[in-house]
Design a protein around this ligand. Sequence first.
Ligand code: NDP
Length: 481
Amino acid sequence: MRAQPIASHFVNGAYLEDAAGAPLEVLYPATGEVIALLHEATPAVIEAALAAASAAQGAWAALRPVERARILRRAADLIRERNPDLAQLETLDTGKPIQETLVADWPSGADAIEFFAGLAPSVTGETIPLGRDFAYTLREPLGVCVGIGAWNYPSQIACWKAAPALALGNAMVFKPSELTPLGALQLAEILAEAGLPPGLFNVVQGRGAVGASLVSDGRVAKVSLTGSVPTGRKVYAMAAEGVRHVTMELGGKSPLIIFDDADLESAVGAAMLANFYSAGQVCSNGTRVFVQAGIKARFLDRLAARTAAIRLGDPLDVDTQMGPLISGLQADKVMGYVTRAVAEGARLVCGGTRTQGNFVAPTVFADVTDAMELAREEVFGPVMAVLDFSTENEVVTRANATQFGLAAGVFTADLTRAHRVIAALQAGTCWINAYNLTPVEMPFGGSKLSGVGRENGHAAVAHYTQIKSVYVGMGPVDAPY
Ligand code: NDP
């Protein structure tokens, strides 16, 4: 598959170029090679996308939900058919190993499209008996939605936002991260091929300023952002100006709590998945691994041994288990955290080196304390912080002592403790004896600074529709005048 798309943008059912836009070089993170050259959206491209979305949305909303669903299901089938090629492009765009992109990225996107296609026809309002009179509610689409994505799961994010938006009768203008612009264009092509009318899913490329002009446009009813907390704050504030709906999927510093009685190999495996998958560039990662005193030595032994065996290398090789970070800048940032963690007194158990280019070895720090930077800030790289704890009450208090609230996990064989601890944790997405599994059937999202709203599951319906209440008078109007 060519990495260079036909044009930079996809607007009103077709590729669109405007070479007047600032150049956007797409680099393969594993080698730094330029794999595509795009242009940022100019005001004319942004205007064309918003105008197309506004014009197309009404007729789409007026279709029967099963008709919309039929088109989306076809798109999900096309994605599955083309998954090997799409996975390869995703690997080129992100540097993530092909063994991940084959199973995680587009497959999860196809699941979302299939799920919301199936769900949409059963979304209904309610009737409210009021004696002689009654009321009913309609669940209506919001209108034009803007989606803005991060670079870690670019195609999955595009699908997770497009699927509920489109299934429920909205139109979308999507801006991918400038670092990973390719997957969303594929989605636009596939949706068009599946029969989606022009204008309903548009892709415009660009940096933050392009996102900002979309978010502040008067035609936009909703903004769904996946990104960092600082960007989330800005976008949320801009959306508030126009009293627009928002979904904010932001960063985290999530706790993964491992009690003495946990199954050792599962707990180690989960901690590794929670820190090393996608080279640690996952928002919901369990980056504060709290390990109870009685299991600590065995846990660290097995963790070090299994981590040392992780295969870094060419992301296109199916045997490679970890690729590079997205950019040199991100690798610099991660190495800065490593250096400062050592300086603060954390004990380096393994890794801690930049092996070459954007590659950072999977890294484990033990004896991390709550006050250290490594326990407070999101690193977004393959760096695990292991913290010690003694009692359940203590660990719950410490786990909650953060402004983030995206995710949390607990490993224990004690059923009642598992549920008790989860109930006490302040996090939007939690796992018991598992970590980072995000099936589309389950709502996903954060509390506190990690976000508002939920993607996936039935919960997403509320974030892509609004309620219209209708009172029906069944008799003469009783006026006092
Ligand atoms: P950023 O916050 O830097 O960017 C997110 C998106 O917002 C990008 O497309 C970016 O464009 C765009 N953007 C930046 N500034 C503005 C602005 N002022 N107005 C509108 N749009 C803007 O995040 P990253 O791409 O660096 O992704 C990493 C972050 O995303 C991490 O914090 C991670 O935790 C979070 N994340 C959260 C997830 C969740 O579901 N909760 C999932 C995945 C990641 P550009 O990049 O082109 O500048």
